[in-house]
Design a binder for this molecule. Structure first.
Ligand SMILES: [Zn+2]
Length: 456
């Protein structure tokens, strides 16, 4: 429910926040970097109440101690899963290993769905909200990449270790400590290790989760990020492969009789280059690659280009896409008209499709994360990127991505690393964020609102 500022809101000006200022830096693997909105300066009284109750409850303190105590074991899960390669569309082996761990830690009904996601439901007491908590199984690294974990200077190095295998191992640790400590949440927790987050995957895993589960009320995803970071904006993108085809011919002999695929594409690029887009919401485009032609003395029979379009909002994304597609059609018509022919044609193929959206900064889910961060002495930094959260955001379902603890870097590079020293602190913080949203029986009421089920 949208909320207007109320004098009853609780101020978040807590002393530890000042100390934490220095640590606020953007660091999502897929981030555009920097703050995209001011964090809420105040939160609803019920948000403040829930986190005050949680932090004061002996059962929750015991649970947080268990997160710390489980740290070393959790790092073993991290290493084990990291060393199972998971290239896009080839996540199955890692999915099976993750599923086996989920079952061993108490989610006996967990399964792999038709898309390849690992899904397990930890039921609440009933009538509470259903919160999806997730990390992605896939990495950007192709099959055959050396994924052996190497320890050096107190850091663990391996492709994919922080993005997003750390998230997977944190989910498993949460599952273990919640079960060991018999914590009964009010709402349901849907544990998911999903496929298809990285580029060519086009969020296929998350799209399937939201297609198959029409009753999800919110999402908290885990990705490598400094403590206090809350991602609440999902940059959408559409990508096209565009192919121009003509008869081709000799550059001298056929001159005047045939259109050129390359000239037609050049006309299109010139038109695209002149398109204006808003700077807010940031909307961008580029012709990223071009190719085509046969030889210097051939009127080109073929030409192709790839176009990337992005925006922080769907409407300007779709508008820019419309202009680009129109520019391409106009360019082909002009090239045909130039030679008084009709033999140049074009085809476009959507090769990338990530919906976009945002979770407003005054929603309960963002306030909850902000209040939980404050409880752990962290100032909240609101950021944006293209992640799994794009899918719920595009559906209007509250979604955020937060860190799971540990210092991380080198995402998408072979030198990717994580320093897990004190990483349990971030795992505690994000778990508390989640518990406030679903509520804990006998301690706090759920903050996340139950939504009417969606229709497909
Ligand atoms: Zn990631």
């Amino acid at each position: 429910m949208p909320r207007t500022a109320s004098p009853r809101s609780v101020s978040l000006r807590l002393a530890p926040l000042v100390l934490a200022l220095a640590s606020a830096a953007a660091g999502f693997a897929h981030a555009q970097g920097g703050s995209v909105a001011a964090p809420p300066a105040q939160v609803r009284p019920e948000v403040d109440k829930a986190y005050t109750q949680l932090m004061a409850a002996p059962a929750i303190q015991k649970l947080l101690d268990a997160v710390k105590a489980d740290h070393d074991r959790s790092v073993e899960d991290l290493k084990m899963l990291t060393e199972i390669e998971a290239p896009p569309f080839k996540e199955q082996k890692r999915a099976e290993a993750f599923l086996a761990r989920m079952k061993a830690l108490g989610l006996s009904d967990a399964k792999i769905d038709a898309e390849g996601n690992v899904v397990g439901l930890r039921k609440g007491t009933g009538n509470g909200p259903k919160l999806l908590i997730s990390a992605h199984l896939d990495t950007v690294f192709p099959a055959g990449t050396d994924v052996k974990v190497k320890e050096r200077d107190g850091k663990l190095y391996a492709p994919g270790i922080s993005d997003d295998t750390r998230g997977l191992s944190v989910l498993l640790s949460w599952l273990k400590v919640l079960n060991d400590n018999k914590i009964q949440t009010v709402g349901d927790l849907l544990f998911v290790g999903n496929v298809g987050e990285e580029e060519l995957g086009n969020l296929r895993g998350m799209k399937a989760i939201f297609r198959d589960n029409l009753d999800i009320d919110g999402m908290v995803g885990l990705e490598p990020a400094p403590d206090g970071t809350v991602l609440m904006l999902g940059t959408g993108s559409h990508r096209y492969e565009v192919s121009f085809k003509g008869p081709g011919g000799h550059s001298y002999g056929a001159f005047g009789q045939v259109p050129s695929a390359i000239h037609g594409m050049g006309r299109a690029i010139a038109k695209i280059a002149d398109i204006r887009t808003p700077s807010f919401p940031k909307t961008t485009f580029t012709v990223g690659t071009v190719g085509g032609g046969t030889s210097v003395n051939t009127i080109a029979p073929d030409a192709r280009m790839a176009v990337d379009i992005r925006s922080d909002d769907m409407a300007p994304l779709l508008e820019t896409e419309k202009k680009i597609l129109a520019a391409i059609d106009e360019a082909v018509a002009e090239e045909n008209k130039r030679w008084n022919v009709n033999t140049l044609s074009v085809s476009t193929k959507l090769i990338g499709d990530r919906p976009g959206g945002r979770t407003q900064s005054d929603t309960v889910i963002v306030e909850a994360a902000t209040r939980s961060n404050a409880a752990f002495g962290h100032k909240t930094l609101l950021t944006g990127a293209s992640t799994d959260a794009n899918v719920p955001m595009s559906l209007g379902i509250p979604a955020i991505i937060i860190g799971g603890g540990g210092k991380t870097g080198g995402f998408h590079a072979l030198s990717e690393w994580i320093d897990v020293t004190d990483g349990w602190k971030g795992a505690q913080n994000s778990l508390v964020t989640v518990l406030g949203l679903v509520g804990v029986q006998g301690t706090s009421a759920p903050l996340l609102e139950k939504r009417p089920p969606r229709k497909n």
